[in-house]
Design a protein. Structure first.
Length: 185
């Protein structure tokens, strides 16, 4: 039988208390970290390994009509594609690999979430007054779910659970540099 603990926290000015199992939380965080890492890694490595891949076609032709940031995507797809393509491909690949290994999880989760928010913004079919519609609903799609999951992995310091971050945090350099420690977890 796994040990049950109680967590007390204040959320949005309200006190909350709940019981949880450390055993199952640990397993679930490792599984979520590795699965989310795989999603990012697979999305990136397929781009890295395909010399003909470019985000240009998507940015110039697949942004929904009425997207409130349409001009931004057009500019990125024409003037900045030399920066966007490697950032997209390598960002996904390296963030995914880091998550799977449990290395620099907070840093990787943060940038993974930023990428997911960009993908979400590219999927918008209208602005705030239109209810922020996307292809499969209003406001929330898989990119928002992924961004929230990545936020949670970083908040929990999921790299410390069967991950490289647990070992890195023991290094003298990390112990003596708080700013580096904040990237781990």
């Amino acid at each position: 039988m796994s040990e049950t603990n109680t967590m007390d926290a204040e959320l949005f000015g309200r006190s909350v208390s709940f019981d949880y199992s450390e055993h199952w939380v640990g397993y679930s965080l490792v599984i979520l970290r590795v699965v989310m890492g795989w999603v990012l890694f697979q999305g990136g490595i397929t781009k890295v390994l395909d010399p003909s891949w470019s985000a240009r076609g998507f940015l110039l032709n697949a942004i929904p009509e009425g997207n409130p940031l349409g001009g931004l995507w057009m500019t990125l797809g024409t003037d900045y594609i030399g920066l966007i393509d490697p950032l997209n491909a390598w960002g996904l690949t390296l963030a995914g690999l880091a998550l799977m290994l449990g290395a620099f999880v907070r840093w990787s989760a943060f940038w993974g979430a930023i990428m997911m928010l960009f993908y979400w913004a590219a999927a918008l079919q209208g602005g705030l007054l239109a209810g922020l519609p996307i292809a499969h609903g209003w406001v929330v799609d898989d990119h928002i779910v992924y961004a929230a999951l990545l936020f949670g992995l970083g908040a929990f310091g999921a790299g410390r659970i069967l991950g490289v971050d647990a070992y890195l945090e023991k290094m003298a350099f990390i112990q003596n540099n708080e700013w580096v420690k904040s990237l781990l977890g």
